[in-house]
Write a protein that binds this ligand. Structure first.
Ligand code: NAP
Length: 308
């Protein structure tokens, strides 16, 4: 942990101030070391950056397109990534991930996160089995009820699978601030290991209720739409990085946007999607080095709001 103490902007495994409160943030941070956060229900640590797959991996069965996606996944693992997120809603993405994993000889560090997305509770198990076969994994690490669809029935299925040792973690997802009241009720009443919600520099609604509740209920938080589906990276493309970016070791706007998310102590990991191997590596760099403190988080918000 050399040099940490004199780096003003660095948060390092201690108590950090965020939103006016002091939180315990069990974060490993040192130059070159991958930043990880624990899943509260188990203590298992995950890198603070994962990989999404919506649209970017829906490339069908064209061999060249699949080979390109394999290079994205290769770069992601090379950068230290572990958690890949998909869904039966994402067209061919699950099959494309399965192809990539087979080509890469099934990296043992994979944390496989998929979803169940079907209106009928009775048909959930068959959909899950079809997804597992597409990924080519013996079991999923995490299954999430996608967009709260038929959540009572699917949560029963997932809890049953977990109890039987066929699944490690159970979660539920939403995005773009949808149905937060219902999500809160589910978080308050159901045993959940994970939730997945949208959070980025401009969309910060979850800071108010959802993230504090996740901390209180010891639920891990996956962040989707970290770049607002590319809107933020596109708006910032070509704009010079401010001087403070170097203080948190950022060489791209994507890293700034991801470090903003990762610096919230109640976030477990963000899952940017990309179609480019170089972007996968760029994003994984956000899981290394210093993170912004409260003052710099405010400055990032003001700067990005002004520029977008
Ligand atoms: N309800 C749900 O459960 C739910 C809802 C929404 C999303 N999700 C999950 O969350 C994931 C992420 O959300 P998202 O895909 O909507 O959007 P996102 O990750 O916010 O943005 C994706 C876009 O960012 C661009 N990008 C990625 N890395 C970049 C970099 N380093 N530099 C510049 N541009 C970069 C990509 O373009 P390039 O291809 O050019 O890199 C892509 O167009 C999804 O893929 C999905 O797995 C879940």
């Amino acid at each position: 942990m050399d040099g940490i103490s004199n780096k003003r902007r660095m948060l390092a495994g201690a108590v950090v101030a965020c939103g006016g409160h002091a939180f315990a943030a069990p974060l490993l941070a040192a130059p070159g070391v991958l930043l990880t956060r624990p899943i509260p229900s188990s203590g298992e640590r995950l890198p603070v950056v994962g990989l999404g797959s919506w649209i970017t991996f829906n490339v069908g069965d064209d061999p060249a397109a699949r080979a390109h996606c394999t290079e994205v996944v290769r770069a992601f693992f090379a950068g230290g990534g572990r958690l890949i997120d998909s869904s039966p809603m994402y067209g061919s993405a699950q099959a494309v991930i399965g192809h990539a994993l087979a080509q890469l000889k099934h990296p043992p560090s994979l944390f496989a996160a998929d979803k169940v997305w079907i209106g009928s509770g009775a048909r959930g198990p068959a959909q899950i089995e079809a997804s597992r076969a597409l990924w080519g994994v013996p079991r999923f690490d995490l299954l999430q009820v996608h967009n709260l669809l038929a959540w009572e029935a699917h949560l029963r299925t997932l809890q049953g699978m977990k109890a039987a040792g066929r699944l490690r973690y159970v979660g539920i997802t939403t995005s773009e601030g949808r149905r937060h009241d219902e999500l809160v009720r589910i978080m308050q009443t159901q045993p959940l290991d994970f939730i997945q919600v949208s959070y980025n520099v401009l969309d910060r609604e979850v800071e108010r209720r959802i993230l504090p509740l996740a901390r209180e209920r010891k639920i891990a938080v996956i962040v989707n739409r970290p770049f607002r589906q590319g809107e933020l990276t596109q708006a910032l493309a070509g704009q010079a990085l401010p001087g403070w970016a170097a203080e948190i070791g950022c060489s791209s706007w994507a890293q700034v946007l991801l470090k903003f998310i990762a610096s919230h102590p109640d976030v477990t990991c963000a899952i940017p999607a990309t179609s480019k191997p170089a972007h996968a590596l760029d994003n994984m760099l956000a899981a290394r080095g210093p993170l912004p403190d409260t003052a710099l988080r405010r400055r990032i918000v003001a700067d990005v709001e002004r520029r977008t």
